[in-house]
Write a protein that binds this ligand. Structure first.
Ligand SMILES: [Zn+2]
Ligand SMILES: [Zn+2]
Length: 275
């Protein structure tokens, strides 16, 4: 990944396959091997960070990725563990000499939270710093990125606060990546995952905690399997793993597989999945 080659990658040659770098996999409560959920999507050479808990740059370093390559940041929602790393990341990018504007997408109406958290550290467009472009997205399915063969869409899902799931399509033949964000099983989650090569779905609870999943605005592994089956996804990644699932990975995989005919995976932190 040459630095400074953010614009033309993929033009005139086959784009790289879509690749999801898994920076973290857990819900709010972390474990020694699972940090808060975050993904870095390489969509034909465009690096889209999805959610920003702590240590994003450190994890990118472990994966031999350069944080200066970040193209944009998509925040699914403003629960603390999905956004709290923003000031540290912006501070690091400033120190490393980023020049290009950095778009940060949030659910519409939630932009102020990013303003407050960045402004607390005087990191919002200070003189000489790269420009931060905060954009609120209604989650209406209109593409918010449309560039060459790359399209990114988001849809509003069903969580305790305004939350957008994301779907990214890129490459030839077309590859589809989708991530629900924190959500109950719902028709928009299914729409996001329609025919996806890889479908990351909230799987915060095991099936025996279905009542808690419902009250907390999350999904069980079995519910994730059901959405993936409805969507006709090729591969399901159980994601945003809650503490109730820790140590029960084989069991939740079976719960999802009981309702989904495709492949079920439970990614580890710092793993890489190709779409
Ligand atoms: Zn969460
Ligand atoms: Zn949440």
């Amino acid at each position: 990944m040459a630095n400074g080659d953010r614009g033309g990658r993929g033009i005139g040659r086959d784009p790289a396959p879509m690749r999801a770098y898994v920076l973290g996999t857990s819900a709010a409560t972390t474990a020694p091997g699972r940090d808060n959920a975050s993904l870095l999507l390489d969509a034909g050479g465009r690096y889209i960070l999805i959610d920003c808990p702590g240590s994003v740059a450190h994890k990118m370093a472990k994966l031999s990725l350069n944080p200066l390559e970040l193209w944009c940041i998509f925040i699914t929602h403003a629960h603390p563990e999905h956004i709290y790393g923003l000031p540290a990341l912006v501070h690091l990018l400033r120190r490393k000499g980023r020049r290009e504007p950095l778009p940060i997408y949030l659910p519409i109406g939630e932009e102020w939270r990013a303003v407050r958290i960045l402004d607390a550290f005087s990191l919002l467009n200070r003189p000489g710093q790269f420009r931060i472009e905060l954009r609120g997205l209604p989650g209406d399915g209109e593409p918010f990125i449309r560039e060459g063969g790359l399209r990114a869409y988001c849809l509003r899902v069903e969580h305790k606060v305004a939350t957008n799931g994301i779907r990214v399509e890129a490459g030839r033949p077309r590859r589809v990546f989708a991530y629900t964000g924190d959500t109950r099983p719902c028709k928009n989650a299914v729409a996001l995952g329609r025919g996806a090569d890889i479908f990351f779905h909230d799987s915060t609870y095991p099936d025996d905690r279905a009542e808690e999943a419902r009250s907390q605005g999350h999904s069980t592994a079995g519910e994730a399997g059901e959405d993936a089956e409805r969507a006709g996804a090729r591969r399901l990644a159980l994601f945003h793993i809650g503490s109730a699932c820790f140590g029960r990975e084989a069991q939740i995989r079976r719960q999802a597989a009981a309702r989904f005919g495709g492949e079920v995976v439970i990614p580890k932190d710092l793993s890489i999945l190709e779409a």
